[in-house]
Write a protein that binds this ligand. Structure first.
Ligand SMILES: NC(=O)c1ccc[n+]([C@@H]2O[C@H](COP(=O)([O-])OP(=O)(O)OC[C@H]3O[C@@H](n4cnc5c(N)ncnc54)[C@H](O)[C@@H]3O)[C@@H](O)[C@H]2O)c1
Length: 258
C-alpha cells in the first residue's frame, strides 16, 4: 500500500502522554511516512514528551506553550532557519479551569472564560499565522473540536463556547489561507478517555450515553480520529476545507435515543 503522507512534514502540537489524541495522530502520520515534528508544553512535560517522541521516531521534539507569542515565534523562526517546510499541522490543544467544567455555565468567571478561549481557540489563529509562511507548498491545518460547540452538553460549559469559536476560526482561517493552498479543517471527535476528558465532571456517563445511543452503538477511539486526520492531511483530502468532520460513531445525528 502506498504511504499517504510520504514526503510530507507534519508539525503536531498537543502530545502530552500516550492517551493524547495527538499521540494517536502522530503514530498514524508516521505509519503513513510523514516526517514528524512534535511539541510539548513547557519544562514540566519535556522529559515525557521527549521519550514519546523518540518512540514515535519524531525528528524534532520542541517546546511551545501556545499562550506565549514569543515561544510560537521562536518555534517558527527556528524551523524557518533550518529551512523546514511544513505540509501539515495538527493543533490538538485545549484548556479550561476544572471548576468551569463542573459547576453551572452561568457561574463562569471573566478570567475563566478568557483563559478557555485563549488556549482553546485563539491559539489556533496564533499558530496558523506563525506557521503558514513555512507552508510554502500549501497543505493542511487541522484542529480538534467536540459536539459541545453546537449543542449543550452538561458540564462541557465554557469549553463548548470555546469550541464554537474554534470552529468559526476554522472557517475564517480557511478563507484567508485558501489562496496559499492551505486547507483548514476540524475533526469533531466523540468522547475519548484522555487526561483532558477526565477533567470533565461525569465524563464516564457521557461515554455510556454515546455507546447506548450512537448509530454504531459504541464509542470511537483515538485511532479512528487519527485515520481521519491522515485523510484530511493527505492529498486525498485536497478538496476539503473550512469543514468540521465528525468522527463520533454518528452520535451528532441522534435526537432522542429511546
Ligand atoms: N478526549 C475527548 O473526548 C475529546 C473529544 C473531542 C475533542 N477533543 C479535543 O482534542 C484535543 C486534545 O485533547 P485530548 O483529549 O487528547 O487531551 P490531552 O490532555 O491529551 O491533550 C490536550 C493537550 O493540550 C495541551 N495544552 C494545553 N494548554 C496548552 C498550552 N498553553 N500550550 C501548549 N499546549 C497546551 C496539553 O499539553 C495537552 O497536550 C483538545 O482540543 C480536546 O478538546 C477531545
Amino acid at each position: 500500500m502506498p504511504q499517504l503522507l510520504e514526503g510530507k512534514t507534519a508539525l503536531v502540537l498537543g502530545v502530552a502522554n500516550r492517551w493524547s489524541i495527538a499521540y494517536a495522530i502522530a503514530q498514524a502520520f508516521r505509519r503513513e511516512g510523514a516526517t514528524l515534528l512534535i511539541t510539548y508544553q513547557g519544562d514540566r512535560q519535556k522529559q515525557t514528551v521527549e521519550e514519546l517522541g523518540q518512540e514515535l521516531g519524531a525528528s524534532k521534539i520542541l517546546n511551545c506553550d501556545v499562550t506565549k507569542d514569543e515561544e510560537i515565534a521562536a518555534l517558527a523562526a527556528m524551523l524557518h532557519g533550518e529551512g523546514v517546510r511544513i505540509d501539515t499541522m495538527v493543533h490538538s490543544i485545549a484548556f479550561a479551569n476544572k471548576e468551569d467544567l463542573s459547576r453551572p455555565f452561568v457561574e463562569t468567571s471573566r478570567a475563566g472564560f478568557a483563559l478557555a478561549l485563549d488556549v482553546s481557540a485563539y491559539s489556533l489563529v496564533a499558530v496558523a499565522k506563525a506557521m503558514a509562511p513555512l507552508m510554502t507548498a500549501g497543505g493542511s491545518i487541522l484542529t480538534l473540536s467536540y459536539l459541545g460547540a453546537v449543542r449543550v452538553v452538561q458540564n462541557y460549559n465554557v469549553m463548548g463556547v470555546a469550541k464554537a469559536a474554534l470552529e468559526n476560526c476554522v472557517r475564517y482561517l480557511a478563507n484567508d489561507l485558501g489562496g496559499a493552498g492551505i486547507r483548514v479543517n476540524a475533526i469533531s471527535a466523540g468522547p475519548i478517555k484522555t487526561a483532558s476528558a477526565r477533567g470533565i465532571k461525569d465524563f464516564s456517563k457521557v461515554l455510556d450515553g454515546v455507546a447506548a445511543m450512537a448509530p454504531l452503538k459504541r464509542n470511537c477511539d483515538a485511532a479512528e480520529v487519527a485515520d481521519t486526520a491522515v485523510f484530511l492531511s493527505s492529498d486525498l483530502g485536497r478538496g476539503v476545507t473550512a469543514n468540521v468532520v465528525y468522527v463520533d460513531a454518528g452520535f451528532q445525528a441522534v435526537g432522542l435515543g429511546l
